[in-house]
Ligand binder design. Structure first.
Ligand SMILES: [Cu+2]
Length: 286
């Protein structure tokens, strides 16, 4: 809202300058600089046990979802686009059938898991249409949070000139493939904007975890299947499920230490989580 008003004022100023000044090129340069400054729209989603507090309408373009975890369990915000006039009720019904993901559901990323009291973020380019926020993380009782109320529809409306059309620039790219993570370079300590690209062919996600001393991603994978006992790692963000060819960015601050990538997407052939096919990788920062 504020950015829109700011941009309109800036454009009005350019028009005035162009009208009364002989230095038209200077006026145009000012206008270009204002347009280039258009940033991703930032939207806060509050996750609790078990609901989302989130906007019902977002303007199309690059949208950064900042998830605040106000609950006692891990949460994420999976963004899905519902095509062919389908609703969240249709989505809930399709989930009960335990079949493959319907063709009218498009997985478009979103901020991956953060622990209670923490935040995570991710930026996706959203086209106008009907969408939903979902949390597909299970509780210790084995039920997914989406079945406990963590599903909420929203609409992406026509784009606003104040919102960037493209993802922000990243300093590292991580490619997701069947079944591996391929970073463009090692991650140094500090703040990064990371581009996540699904090079497919299957849908994938990126979960980044910080490992407890002496633990490996294999320990976390084992823990995640029972959710019993203290977790051997803490999720620090990432990007939730992307379709083949899908992209999203996220920012993260990495202190030196032991980390890992892992993917929990069920395989389209055997239904096993992708980490069972080897899609998990330990790495060091610093
Ligand atoms: Cu995967």
């Amino acid at each position: 809202m504020y950015q829109g008003a700011h941009l309109s004022a800036a454009l009005a100023m350019v028009t005035v300058l162009a009208g009364c000044s002989t230095d038209r090129s200077n006026a145009r340069a000012t206008g270009t600089a204002e347009l280039a400054a258009a940033a991703a729209e930032s939207v806060t989603v509050k996750a609790t046990d078990f609901a989302f507090e989130a906007p019902e309408k977002i303007a199309a373009g690059a949208v950064t979802i900042v998830m605040e975890n106000h609950g006692k369990e891990l949460h994420q915000v999976q963004l899905v686009r519902l095509e062919e006039g389908k609703t969240v009720e249709d989505f809930a019904a399709a989930m009960k059938s335990h079949g493959p993901s319907p063709s009218w559901v498009k997985w478009v990323g979103g901020p991956n898991a953060a622990v209670p009291g923490q935040q995570s973020n991710a930026t996706s380019v959203l086209e106008p249409g009907q969408y939903a926020y979902l949390c597909l993380i299970p509780s210790p009782d084995g039920k997914l949070h989406v079945t406990k109320g963590m599903v909420r529809p929203f609409e992406v409306t026509a784009e606003s000139s104040a919102t960037a059309a493209e993802l922000p620039a990243a300093d590292v790219t991580i490619k997701l493939v069947d079944y591996d993570f391929k970073p463009s370079q090692p991650l140094a300590p500090g703040r990064h904007t990371i581009m996540v690209e699904n090079a497919g062919p299957q849908p994938h996600e990126l979960v980044v975890i910080r490992l407890a001393p002496g633990k490996k991603v294999e320990d976390f994978a084992k823990w995640a299947e029972s959710l019993k006992g203290p977790p051997p790692a803490q999720p620090v963000g990432g990007v939730v499920v992307l379709e083949k060819g899908g992209r999203g960015t996220f920012t993260v601050d990495l202190a030196p230490g032991d980390y890992a990538y892992i993917c929990f997407v069920p395989d389209t052939k055997d239904g096993k989580y992708h980490f069972h096919h080897g899609m998990m990788k330990n790495f060091k920062v610093g």
